[in-house]
Design a protein around this ligand. Structure first.
Ligand code: ZN
Length: 247
């Protein structure tokens, strides 16, 4: 079975639609969402309404999802993120609020290639940023997973563990990564709706369970349309501008 893994949609409906069309074309049978459905972007209700039936229970909470329903303190968010969260809190429909409130911190898949799914890290599923091998190593020590998918940093990355040794490397688009059963993997699938690795294109990954491979895809989307909506809604201009540069 081919499984699409998406993360950090951040209420960006234009990016989400382009990714969903690509997922359909690649005949993925399941979609897993690693959280941050909302926050930053202008379409939180539409994105949750669109995704909820497609992921069908295969989803976890991100820090912005928790913050948007008052389950996470936003004191440590930067001022622009705080402003976007307050706008999101005012904008969310009751059914979407309930959906976000009920999101679990982690989710795991059995089958030929079992994996764990979290937003941030196996050690701290909601808030920890895994940007280097030392931080990844703490999660490999903390939990006995073979493969874990995560997001949160908005930067695609592969962390591999062999015994106590952990190495990190970029997760490059269109490169097929064969999962070696002798190794353990922490795989960051990047962000659909607000990439931050310098490439403004939406990111998502596809896991092929039988082949034991994973591939990252990058897709251009009409980001000017998202930016227009953000300006119209009075969301911070800096959040709209960063979509153009992917930072
Ligand atoms: Zn995020």
């Amino acid at each position: 079975m081919r499984i699409a893994i998406i993360s950090d949609v951040h209420a960006n409906l234009e990016a989400l639609e382009v990714v969903l069309a690509d997922i359909r074309q690649r005949e993925c049978e399941q979609i897993v969402c690693l959280g941050d459905f909302v926050g930053y972007g202008p379409d939180p209700n539409a994105c949750v309404d669109r995704l909820a039936p497609l992921v069908d229970g295969r989803r976890v909470a991100g820090n912005h999802d928790r913050a948007a329903v008052g389950k996470l303190d936003i004191t440590f968010f930067n001022p622009f993120a705080q402003a976007a969260i307050r706008w999101t809190q005012r904008t969310l429909h009751a059914t979407v609020q309930q959906y976000l409130r009920d999101l679990p911190a982690e989710w795991s898949q059995d089958g030929p290639l079992p994996f764990l799914a979290v937003h941030a890290s196996p050690r701290d599923p909601i808030e920890e940023y895994v940007l280097d091998a030392a931080t990844a190593a703490a999660s490999f020590r903390h939990r006995a997973f073979a493969v874990c998918f995560h997001g949160h940093t908005h930067i695609p990355a592969l962390f591999l563990a062999s015994g106590g040794d952990v190495a990190g490397q970029p997760f490059l688009p269109d490169e097929e990564v064969r999962l070696d059963p002798q190794l353990r993997y922490l795989i960051n699938v990047g962000s659909v709706g607000q990439p931050r690795d310098g490439d403004p294109r939406a990111a998502y990954a596809v896991l092929d369970e039988e082949a034991a491979t994973v591939r990252l895809f990058r897709l251009a989307y009409p980001l000017e349309r998202t930016q227009e909506k953000m300006h119209r809604e009075g969301l911070p201009a800096v959040l709209a501008e960063r979509l153009s540069v992917g930072r």
